[in-house]
Write a protein that binds this ligand. Structure first.
Ligand SMILES: CC(C)(COP(=O)(O)OP(=O)(O)OC[C@H]1O[C@@H](n2cnc3c(N)ncnc32)[C@H](O)[C@@H]1OP(=O)(O)O)[C@@H](O)C(=O)NCCC(=O)NCCS
Length: 212
Protein backbone atom coordinates (compact mmCIF):
# COMPACT_ATOMS: atom_id res chain seq x y z
CA UNK A 1 0.00 0.00 0.00
CA UNK A 2 2.73 2.44 1.08
CA UNK A 3 4.72 1.41 -1.99
CA UNK A 4 1.76 2.11 -4.31
CA UNK A 5 1.27 5.56 -2.75
CA UNK A 6 4.97 6.33 -3.16
CA UNK A 7 4.81 5.34 -6.82
CA UNK A 8 1.85 7.65 -7.41
CA UNK A 9 3.67 10.61 -5.89
CA UNK A 10 7.01 9.80 -7.49
CA UNK A 11 8.33 13.10 -8.82
CA UNK A 12 10.86 11.61 -11.22
CA UNK A 13 10.58 13.53 -14.49
CA UNK A 14 12.19 13.53 -17.85
CA UNK A 15 13.19 17.04 -18.95
CA UNK A 16 10.41 18.21 -21.18
CA UNK A 17 8.16 17.21 -24.03
CA UNK A 18 10.32 17.15 -27.11
CA UNK A 19 8.10 19.30 -29.30
CA UNK A 20 9.57 21.41 -32.08
CA UNK A 21 7.10 24.30 -31.74
CA UNK A 22 5.71 26.61 -29.01
CA UNK A 23 2.09 26.17 -27.86
CA UNK A 24 1.53 29.54 -26.17
CA UNK A 25 2.47 33.22 -26.59
CA UNK A 26 3.36 35.63 -23.79
CA UNK A 27 0.75 38.46 -23.77
CA UNK A 28 3.36 40.84 -22.32
CA UNK A 29 6.30 40.43 -24.72
CA UNK A 30 4.79 38.23 -27.49
CA UNK A 31 7.47 35.54 -27.09
CA UNK A 32 6.24 32.16 -28.29
CA UNK A 33 6.51 29.62 -25.49
CA UNK A 34 6.92 25.86 -25.31
CA UNK A 35 4.58 24.27 -22.73
CA UNK A 36 7.11 24.01 -19.91
CA UNK A 37 8.12 27.69 -20.17
CA UNK A 38 4.53 29.03 -20.05
CA UNK A 39 3.13 30.50 -16.79
CA UNK A 40 -0.38 31.45 -15.65
CA UNK A 41 -1.66 34.89 -14.64
CA UNK A 42 -4.97 35.82 -12.99
CA UNK A 43 -6.60 39.09 -14.06
CA UNK A 44 -9.91 40.97 -13.90
CA UNK A 45 -12.46 39.65 -16.38
CA UNK A 46 -12.52 42.99 -18.25
CA UNK A 47 -8.77 42.83 -18.80
CA UNK A 48 -8.91 39.39 -20.43
CA UNK A 49 -10.07 40.18 -23.92
CA UNK A 50 -7.41 40.50 -26.59
CA UNK A 51 -7.91 42.26 -29.93
CA UNK A 52 -10.28 40.14 -31.87
CA UNK A 53 -9.87 39.43 -35.58
CA UNK A 54 -12.46 38.01 -37.97
CA UNK A 55 -12.45 34.25 -38.37
CA UNK A 56 -14.86 31.57 -39.49
CA UNK A 57 -15.41 27.96 -38.43
CA UNK A 58 -16.26 25.22 -40.93
CA UNK A 59 -15.99 21.48 -41.50
CA UNK A 60 -12.65 20.40 -42.91
CA UNK A 61 -12.37 19.32 -46.53
CA UNK A 62 -9.94 17.00 -48.33
CA UNK A 63 -7.85 20.02 -49.39
CA UNK A 64 -7.20 20.96 -45.73
CA UNK A 65 -5.13 17.80 -45.11
CA UNK A 66 -1.72 19.47 -45.28
CA UNK A 67 -2.75 22.32 -42.93
CA UNK A 68 -4.25 19.81 -40.49
CA UNK A 69 -1.05 17.76 -40.49
CA UNK A 70 0.91 20.93 -39.79
CA UNK A 71 -1.14 22.07 -36.78
CA UNK A 72 -1.06 18.52 -35.34
CA UNK A 73 2.71 18.51 -35.82
CA UNK A 74 2.99 21.80 -33.95
CA UNK A 75 0.62 20.78 -31.14
CA UNK A 76 1.76 17.22 -30.55
CA UNK A 77 4.29 16.18 -33.19
CA UNK A 78 1.93 13.64 -34.78
CA UNK A 79 -1.59 13.04 -36.06
CA UNK A 80 -2.18 9.84 -34.06
CA UNK A 81 -3.39 10.66 -30.56
CA UNK A 82 -3.86 8.32 -27.60
CA UNK A 83 -6.88 9.19 -25.47
CA UNK A 84 -9.63 7.17 -23.80
CA UNK A 85 -7.57 3.97 -24.13
CA UNK A 86 -7.51 4.17 -27.92
CA UNK A 87 -5.39 5.63 -30.70
CA UNK A 88 -7.32 8.11 -32.84
CA UNK A 89 -5.96 9.31 -36.17
CA UNK A 90 -6.88 12.97 -36.67
CA UNK A 91 -6.71 12.49 -40.43
CA UNK A 92 -9.56 9.96 -40.23
CA UNK A 93 -11.68 12.05 -37.84
CA UNK A 94 -14.43 14.57 -38.44
CA UNK A 95 -12.53 17.82 -38.22
CA UNK A 96 -13.62 21.42 -37.65
CA UNK A 97 -11.27 24.20 -38.61
CA UNK A 98 -11.12 27.91 -37.85
CA UNK A 99 -9.67 30.09 -40.55
CA UNK A 100 -8.75 33.75 -40.95
CA UNK A 101 -7.74 35.37 -44.22
CA UNK A 102 -7.91 31.94 -45.87
CA UNK A 103 -5.40 30.33 -43.47
CA UNK A 104 -6.06 27.67 -40.84
CA UNK A 105 -5.67 29.14 -37.34
CA UNK A 106 -7.26 26.42 -35.20
CA UNK A 107 -8.37 22.79 -35.33
CA UNK A 108 -10.83 20.70 -33.34
CA UNK A 109 -10.74 17.03 -34.27
CA UNK A 110 -13.56 14.68 -33.28
CA UNK A 111 -14.44 10.99 -33.32
CA UNK A 112 -17.33 8.95 -32.00
CA UNK A 113 -16.73 6.45 -29.19
CA UNK A 114 -19.30 4.72 -27.02
CA UNK A 115 -22.16 6.79 -28.45
CA UNK A 116 -20.55 10.11 -27.49
CA UNK A 117 -18.52 12.69 -29.38
CA UNK A 118 -14.85 12.68 -28.36
CA UNK A 119 -12.66 15.74 -28.82
CA UNK A 120 -9.42 14.15 -29.94
CA UNK A 121 -7.48 17.41 -30.35
CA UNK A 122 -8.11 21.12 -29.92
CA UNK A 123 -5.34 23.50 -30.84
CA UNK A 124 -5.25 27.19 -31.75
CA UNK A 125 -2.03 28.77 -33.00
CA UNK A 126 -0.46 30.95 -30.27
CA UNK A 127 -0.85 34.21 -32.20
CA UNK A 128 -4.63 33.63 -32.47
CA UNK A 129 -5.32 32.53 -28.88
CA UNK A 130 -7.50 34.50 -26.48
CA UNK A 131 -9.78 35.79 -29.26
CA UNK A 132 -12.62 33.29 -28.93
CA UNK A 133 -11.39 30.87 -31.60
CA UNK A 134 -11.28 27.91 -29.17
CA UNK A 135 -14.75 28.76 -27.86
CA UNK A 136 -16.17 28.97 -31.40
CA UNK A 137 -14.64 25.59 -32.34
CA UNK A 138 -16.08 24.08 -29.17
CA UNK A 139 -19.56 25.46 -29.91
CA UNK A 140 -19.33 23.92 -33.39
CA UNK A 141 -18.34 20.55 -31.86
CA UNK A 142 -21.33 20.62 -29.51
CA UNK A 143 -23.58 21.48 -32.49
CA UNK A 144 -22.03 18.57 -34.40
CA UNK A 145 -22.83 16.16 -31.54
CA UNK A 146 -26.40 17.47 -31.38
CA UNK A 147 -26.82 17.10 -35.17
CA UNK A 148 -25.57 13.49 -34.94
CA UNK A 149 -28.01 12.74 -32.10
CA UNK A 150 -25.13 12.18 -29.64
CA UNK A 151 -26.03 13.18 -26.06
CA UNK A 152 -22.61 14.20 -24.74
CA UNK A 153 -19.13 15.44 -25.63
CA UNK A 154 -16.05 14.03 -23.90
CA UNK A 155 -12.47 15.23 -23.76
CA UNK A 156 -9.26 14.00 -22.09
CA UNK A 157 -6.69 16.49 -20.82
CA UNK A 158 -3.27 16.00 -19.27
CA UNK A 159 -3.26 16.91 -15.54
CA UNK A 160 -0.66 19.66 -16.10
CA UNK A 161 -2.58 21.43 -18.87
CA UNK A 162 -4.18 24.11 -16.71
CA UNK A 163 -5.26 26.30 -19.69
CA UNK A 164 -7.25 23.41 -21.16
CA UNK A 165 -8.71 22.39 -17.75
CA UNK A 166 -9.76 26.02 -17.27
CA UNK A 167 -11.10 26.32 -20.79
CA UNK A 168 -13.26 23.18 -20.73
CA UNK A 169 -14.71 23.79 -17.26
CA UNK A 170 -15.51 27.39 -18.29
CA UNK A 171 -17.53 25.84 -21.11
CA UNK A 172 -19.65 23.49 -19.02
CA UNK A 173 -17.47 20.35 -18.89
CA UNK A 174 -17.15 18.47 -15.57
CA UNK A 175 -14.54 15.94 -14.46
CA UNK A 176 -15.85 12.39 -14.31
CA UNK A 177 -12.73 10.19 -14.30
CA UNK A 178 -8.96 10.36 -13.91
CA UNK A 179 -6.68 7.66 -15.30
CA UNK A 180 -3.99 8.05 -12.62
CA UNK A 181 -0.44 7.59 -13.85
CA UNK A 182 -1.51 6.62 -17.37
CA UNK A 183 0.58 9.26 -19.18
CA UNK A 184 3.68 8.69 -17.03
CA UNK A 185 3.40 4.93 -17.53
CA UNK A 186 3.09 5.36 -21.27
CA UNK A 187 6.10 7.70 -21.48
CA UNK A 188 8.15 5.63 -19.01
CA UNK A 189 8.24 8.59 -16.55
CA UNK A 190 6.38 11.84 -15.93
CA UNK A 191 7.30 14.49 -18.48
CA UNK A 192 7.56 18.21 -17.64
CA UNK A 193 4.38 19.65 -19.16
CA UNK A 194 2.68 23.05 -18.83
CA UNK A 195 4.79 25.31 -16.65
CA UNK A 196 7.03 22.34 -15.76
CA UNK A 197 4.21 20.53 -13.93
CA UNK A 198 4.73 16.75 -14.22
CA UNK A 199 2.41 15.30 -16.82
CA UNK A 200 1.15 12.07 -15.26
CA UNK A 201 -2.60 11.58 -15.40
CA UNK A 202 -5.30 11.62 -18.07
CA UNK A 203 -8.13 13.79 -16.73
CA UNK A 204 -11.47 13.04 -18.38
CA UNK A 205 -14.27 15.59 -18.69
CA UNK A 206 -17.75 15.45 -20.16
CA UNK A 207 -20.63 17.79 -20.90
CA UNK A 208 -24.12 17.17 -22.11
CA UNK A 209 -25.00 18.74 -25.45
CA UNK A 210 -27.95 20.33 -23.61
CA UNK A 211 -25.74 22.09 -21.02
CA UNK A 212 -25.67 25.88 -21.17
C1 LIG B 1 -6.64 26.14 -24.84
C2 LIG B 1 -6.89 26.73 -26.24
C3 LIG B 1 -7.46 25.67 -27.15
C4 LIG B 1 -7.89 27.86 -26.10
O1 LIG B 1 -8.09 28.46 -27.37
P1 LIG B 1 -8.37 30.03 -27.51
O2 LIG B 1 -8.69 30.33 -28.92
O3 LIG B 1 -7.29 30.79 -26.85
O4 LIG B 1 -9.71 30.08 -26.63
P2 LIG B 1 -10.63 31.32 -26.28
O5 LIG B 1 -10.05 32.58 -26.81
O6 LIG B 1 -12.01 30.96 -26.68
O7 LIG B 1 -10.57 31.29 -24.70
C5 LIG B 1 -9.34 31.35 -24.00
C6 LIG B 1 -9.55 31.67 -22.56
O8 LIG B 1 -8.29 31.85 -21.88
C7 LIG B 1 -8.16 33.22 -21.49
N1 LIG B 1 -6.82 33.72 -21.64
C8 LIG B 1 -6.19 34.42 -20.72
N2 LIG B 1 -4.98 34.72 -21.10
C9 LIG B 1 -4.80 34.18 -22.30
C10 LIG B 1 -3.73 34.17 -23.20
N3 LIG B 1 -2.57 34.75 -22.95
N4 LIG B 1 -3.89 33.53 -24.35
C11 LIG B 1 -5.05 32.93 -24.61
N5 LIG B 1 -6.11 32.92 -23.79
C12 LIG B 1 -5.98 33.55 -22.64
C13 LIG B 1 -9.17 33.93 -22.35
O9 LIG B 1 -9.57 35.15 -21.77
C14 LIG B 1 -10.30 32.94 -22.36
O10 LIG B 1 -10.90 32.83 -21.10
P3 LIG B 1 -12.38 33.38 -20.80
O11 LIG B 1 -13.29 32.68 -21.77
O12 LIG B 1 -12.62 33.00 -19.40
O13 LIG B 1 -12.31 34.85 -21.03
C15 LIG B 1 -5.57 27.32 -26.81
O14 LIG B 1 -5.01 28.16 -25.83
C16 LIG B 1 -4.57 26.28 -27.26
O15 LIG B 1 -4.63 25.79 -28.38
N6 LIG B 1 -3.62 25.96 -26.44
C17 LIG B 1 -2.53 25.06 -26.85
C18 LIG B 1 -3.00 23.64 -26.68
C19 LIG B 1 -1.99 22.73 -27.33
O16 LIG B 1 -1.73 22.80 -28.50
N7 LIG B 1 -1.42 21.87 -26.50
C20 LIG B 1 -0.40 20.96 -27.00
C21 LIG B 1 -0.27 19.79 -26.14
S1 LIG B 1 -1.86 19.00 -25.91
Amino acid sequence: MAEAAEERFDTTMVDDIDLPYPQYRCPTCATDLPLNEARMTVTCAEHQAADSRDFTVRSARAGDRHDIEEICDRALGETEIDVFDRTFDVLRGENLIAEADGALIGLLSTAVQGGELVIVLLSVYPEHQGQGVGAALLRAAVDLARDRGLPAVRVAVSNDDIPLLYFYQRHGFALYDIALGLLADRAGAAVAGFSGIPSRDEVRLRRSVCAA
